[in-house]
Design a protein around this ligand. Sequence first.
Ligand code: C2E
Ligand code: CA
Ligand code: CA
Length: 744
Amino acid sequence: MPPYAIPPPGPDTDPGASVETPNTLRELQLVMDHAGVGIAFIKQRTVVRCNQQFSDIFGDGEAFGMAGQSSRSLYPDSDAFRALGEAAYPVMAAGIAYQSELLLKRRTGQIFWAHVTGTLVDPADTEQGSVWVIDDIDAQKHAQAQLQTVLAQQQLIFSNAMVGIVFLRDRKVTQCNGHFEQLFGYAPGELQGSSSRQWYLTEEDWIVAGEQCYAPLSEGRSFQGEMMLRKKDGSAICCDVRAKAIDPGNLGLGSIWITMDITARKQAEEALVQVREDLEHQVLARTAELRSTVLALEQKIVEQVQAERQIQQLAHFDPLTGLPNRTLLGERCSQVLSLAQRQRQTVALMFLDLDHFKNVNDSLGHGVGDDVLVELARRLRAVVREQDTVARLGGDEFVLLLPDTDRTGAAHLAVKLLETALVPFQVQAQELTVTPSIGIAMYPDNGGALDALSRCADAAMYRAKAMGRNAYCFYTSEIQQQTDSALRLGNALRRALERDQLSLHFQPQIALASGKIVGAEALLRWNHPDFGAVPPSQFIPIAESGGLILPIGAWVIRSAVRQLSEWISRGMEPITMAVNLSAIQFRDAGLPQLVTDILQEANVAPRLLELELTEGVAMNDAPGAIAIMAELHRRGIRLSIDDFGTGYSSLAHLKRFQIYKLKIDQTFVRDITVDQDDKAIVSAIISMAESLGMQTIAEGVETQGQLDFLRARGCTEVQGYYFSPPLPGTEFESLLRRGTLFQL
Ligand code: C2E
Ligand code: CA
Ligand code: CA
């Protein structure tokens, strides 16, 4: 018997109160109570009988049965009740179970979803009632609705997402969103079922992408990368691609791909990179610029420092030799002396200069002279001790400051210095020998300060020179006296002109061809009331250093020319008047005019005046000297070279200067009869002068032998004691008047 054939309940709805076969009923009640669904038998719109589940569903767990309740109360309203009746009864009447999901009402008033199945006990007779199986599906319905919402939301996201989303299975599109289609330029739905190959640029790209992307997906990881992909129209876009397998264990279920067009971003990034590169370039360029500026600045600073150092160097050192100069010597000297004073030491101060060094400069040029000085400086430094100072004051003047040195030590060193200086100098392919003279002053004996010591050393040096070259000399009281007398002489000389103490002597010059006096050399004499006759070799240097040589020299020229003029006016035969000129006079630009004036005053022909210059003066290629020589020559005045052979003249040079006559120095003439060298030198001078068209005169001829030699060699003129000493004007005049002819 089917369940719906349960006999209608009596007034008591308790199943246990069944009057039918109690066992069957009990079994039935058990089945009903454990069916998991609510079951009710409804007859005449009343719940006649129901199971516990039914009561639970409608009573909402409240402990009372539903039996006896109107079936109408099970529905939210009468419309729903009626609607169900109208829908269900025709179906049920056809003997079919009616099934539906609909909203029912619990006793509490709560409306809920239920699944109902209704069956008529007897389809032919609705009065027999119906059996209803009620399944509370409210929770299920709610979950379904929720799921529906989520799905709808997801669909919304999917179709409105601003990224391209595509689901692939076997690399074919199962679904994609509008954005994906738009991204690649396809119409809606156009991609459905198509292969992902079409948005790869090349077949190879597609294959490579397949290998690269699916490996992580199968491991449950996601793939992420940037790819160049292809739009429908063939243009390329750069995409950020992320993918994940729907089920990593089963790639066959497909994968989801999220694609973003990052072309613009890429371009922006590239532009940014470009901008950054540009900026870096600019920074580099600017840095380089800065660096070079800094370098230039550093260079400037280095130059500045060098310049300062150079100034320092110039201030304290001699630029030619690098030796300390006068200033530094002064500083060192005061240090050394104050130390010596405290420690009661003696100090030596040495003056060293080269004899006739001016000749080297004048004859061979300053270049050679400088080289000699540099080499000499090197040698001096090599000889002295570390604590000694070798300074150069200028020219060939060297000063040595020797701390803690006594007389013995100083003498010892002086000898060594002389020796080292004597080694010939190899300079510009020439071999030169120089002879130094050294003067030594001792602290504290000769003075307490540099000034006093310098004066003493200087005086001692002059004494050394006077003693003969290549010597050293200590300062002595005798020198002191001499120095004092030089001072006195200088003062006296200053007044000699005005006091008429100067006079001229004349020494005849004889032509070897005729034996006749053809000239006179004017030689200056100074007769001082106290000092007596002072030799010119003594007072001429004093006149030169004391600034007196110009007025004295002018006086000599004027007096000599006047004397000649007088002689001529008194009927003597005109002879040449030779006048000695010091280098200082020769450097005076007013000289040519002075001489011309003097000649004109006395009405003497210029060719009768002969100016004697020393070799050095003639060879000094100072432009001024050359111009003056040319000017004198232009004015018809003759020039001769005095003391020829002692310097370093080149004859060709002399020829250029229009030198008229060479005066062979006495030192060669002196030993001419015995010394082979002198013989050779004099012979050479004469023949070379002859070949250059110059006259020669030998001075200091004292013997017949000398005369014979000179005549044999063809010397033009002679002068010397052998013929006559220098004579006062009147005596010379009588010599001339007598018409003296020398027996040659
Ligand atoms: P110097 O120009 O070489 O003059 C020749 C010197 O030799 C003269 O000496 C003369 O007296 C001397 N003497 C002449 N014959 C002989 C001789 O046979 N044997 C020897 N041993 N000596 C002889 P002095 O007069 O003492 O003049 C010396 C130097 O003084 C001159 O040398 C000249 O350089 C200079 N001097 C003389 N007068 C003047 C002058 O007016 N102006 C200039 N600047 N210097 C002058
Ligand atoms: Ca002379
Ligand atoms: Ca001479």
